[in-house]
Design a protein around this ligand. Sequence first.
Ligand SMILES: [Zn+2]
Length: 207
Amino acid sequence: MPDRYKDKPLSNEVISYNFPFISRSDWYAREPKQTTPLNTPVPYVVIHHTYTPAACFNKEECAAAMRQMQQMHIDGNGWWDIGYHFCVGSDGAAYEGRGWETLGAQALHFNSVSIGICLIGDWRFEVPPAQQLKTAKDLIAAGVQQGYIQPEYKLVGHRQVRATECPGTSLFEEIQSWDHYSPFPRSHKDLLNVTELPESVKKVISI
Ligand SMILES: [Zn+2]
C-alpha cells in the first residue's frame, strides 16, 4: 500500500446493506476514464471468479486486490475502469467496482443486460467460504430491492455467455443451487437466442 494511505482507515460500512460494503474511496480506487450508464433493472446477473488475484481474507488484502484488478483492467486491457460491478472477498465484504448504475466490462456481448459480480479468488477446485457466498447472494437481493436487478432475474456463470473457465468449476457447481439460476444460455453459442439481448449486440456477435 502506498505510504500516503497508511494513516487512513479502510473501514466504512454503509448501513443500507446487511454486510460490510466497501466503497470505491475506501479501497482507493482511481477515477474511471469514462462511464456509460447501465440500463436498469437488468435481467441477468453474471457470476465470476478472479482466478488471480488470489482469495483475500481482510480489508487490506481485498482492497489491494481491487487496486491490482483496476490497474490490470485500465492499464493492461485499456478499459475505462475495473470491469466488474462489484467484487466480494472471503472476508464477507462487498467491494464496489463500477456500481449499480454504470455499464460494466465483464461479459463480452452481455454487458448491456447484466450486473457482474466477482468472487475474488480461484474457485476451480474449492468453493468460497460461507460468508463470501452469503454476501454475494445478499448483494443480489439488495440489487433487486433497490431496483437495479429485475425481480425475475436470471443468474448465470460467466462460462455460460463466453468461452471461459470462469467462474471456476467448483463455484459454477455451487451457483447452480442458487435462487434464479438459469441453465440457459448454456454457452456463448446460445447468445443469438437470448431474447433480452438487443439486435444491435446480436449483429456484432460472430459464432
Ligand atoms: Zn469471468
